[in-house]
Design a protein around this ligand. Structure first.
Ligand SMILES: Nc1ncnc2c1ncn2[C@@H]1O[C@H](COP(=O)(O)OP(=O)(O)OP(=O)(O)O)[C@@H](O)[C@H]1O
Length: 385
């Protein structure tokens, strides 16, 4: 972000972007459980006030990384800083962090107000101040009317709001959330996502959120950390994760994607040339991670492929072999014999006209724009898990 200030008449001076402050820094942290390496030398910066999400499949190390920040798990190697202070050996209760778990972890015998005030009592905050802070935070999470209830008298969403309030009332340097909404049904989950985002924005609290749900990650985050098998694969804003994946794992894990086999034949200047079946494809080399001569996979999302009438200008040609009506869009399946792949590709068409225009059995042309495709060296199975 570049800030611009106006000096006199119309003279504009460009200021360099302000350097964001680092709230959490993880340097070369490694964690092994017996023979299993949960994290391989992970490094990561979380900026002050940002909403950062750790996203990845089950077992990729998200919770371990969160627990290392919290201090519940000890690193084998590496260092962790919170607000500039080395905390690698600091116990959890001295790290100034708020934590929300999937299963709420509320005290069943305490009412809502006492659950929320617990952390403040432990910190020996004066009684009047505790009352005032609990009152404020109850208002923030819209539970003012529920302060005297026990957790079992609350719905799942309300219990999770109590857990959130309890984590926030201590005014933590960092808020850590581990799959906080996974026990809630879909509609409530969407409401809670909005609510958390609103609260986070209002308070400006640095937040690290763990989920395996890509929709949740893309919807809520300033930046997303995609992890697999104990490695960080990419750290980018959501739109970049989706549009400019850095590797085949990220491209396949986030959103749907077609994988088309091709050969990287040459490049001149900034353009790479590929043989895609009998078609010639050109891609900007910023979208290519492969060497000339290699077998590659072209990654292209279903919504970026367009069906056109059979005509010479079409990049590829095929036959519609089926479609699935999805309410707001239709997925069309197209067999392209020229590519020599066993499965038809998927083309996503907004609206339902495509089903009428291209019935099963119809011959179609296929086009897509260069800017929407990426080429990666053909993935081996191990590299892609
Ligand atoms: N206390 C432990 N003892 C032994 N192995 C563990 C322990 N905690 C985690 N692991 C292993 O470390 C790896 C990473 O686990 P972790 O819980 O961090 O993954 P995750 O991405 O959070 O998964 P999930 O989404 O299923 O919670 C897994 O292989 C897991 O089995």
């Amino acid at each position: 972000m570049t800030e611009t200030i106006k000096e006199e008449a119309s003279l504009e001076v460009q200021l360099p972007p302000a350097k964001p402050k680092i709230a959490v820094q993880i340097d070369g942290v490694r964690k092994q459980f017996g023979d299993a390496t949960a994290l391989h030398e992970v490094s990561l910066k979380v900026y002050q006030g940002e909403f950062l999400t750790l996203l990845g499949p089950s077992g990729c190390g998200k919770t371990t990384l969160l627990n290392l920040m919290a201090g519940f798990v000890e690193a084998d190697n590496g260092e962790i800083f919170i607000d500039g202070l080395l905390v690698t050996d600091t116990p959890p209760y001295q790290r100034d962090i708020g934590i929300v778990f999937q299963n709420y972890a509320l005290f069943p015998h305490m009412n809502v107000a006492d659950n929320i005030g617990y952390g403040l009592r432990m910190r020996r905050i004066p009684k009047e101040e505790i009352q005032e802070r609990v009152k404020q935070i109850l208002k923030l999470v819209k539970l003012e009317a529920f302060s005297q209830r026990r957790p079992r008298e609350l719905s799942g969403g309300q219990q999770q709001r109590v857990a959130l309030a309890r984590a926030l009332v201590i005014r933590p340097k960092v808020l850590l959330l581990d799959e906080p909404f996974s026990a809630l049904d879909k509609n409530l989950r969407l409401d809670m996502q909005q609510e958390l985002k609103e609260i986070q924005r209002k308070l400006g609290v640095t937040t690290v959120f763990v989920t395996h749900d890509q929709g949740e990650a893309l919807a809520m985050s300033d930046r997303v950390v995609v992890m697999s098998a104990g490695h960080v694969r990419q750290v980018s804003p959501p739109s970049d994760i989706y549009r400019n994946p850095h590797d085949p794992f990220v491209a396949s894990f986030v959103g749907d994607v077609n994988v088309l086999p091709a050969r990287y034949t040459s490049h001149d200047g900034n353009i790479g040339h590929f043989e895609l079946g009998s078609a010639q494809l050109r891609l900007g080399i910023d979208r290519v991670q492969a060497s000339v001569g290699e077998a590659v996979d072209i990654y292209i999302r279903p919504e970026n492929i367009h069906l056109v009438p059979l005509q010479p200008s079409a990049l590829l040609t095929g036959t519609v072999v089926g479609h699935v009506f999805q309410g707001d869009h239709a997925d069309m399946f197209v067999d392209i014999p020229d590519l020599g792949i066993p499965k038809p590709i998927t083309v996503r068409a907004l609206g339902l006209q495509a089903i009428d225009d291209w019935p099963t059995g119809a011959g179609v042309g296929i086009n897509f724009m260069e800017k929407d495709a990426s080429a990666f060296t053909r993935a081996t199975k191990e590299a892609n898990t």
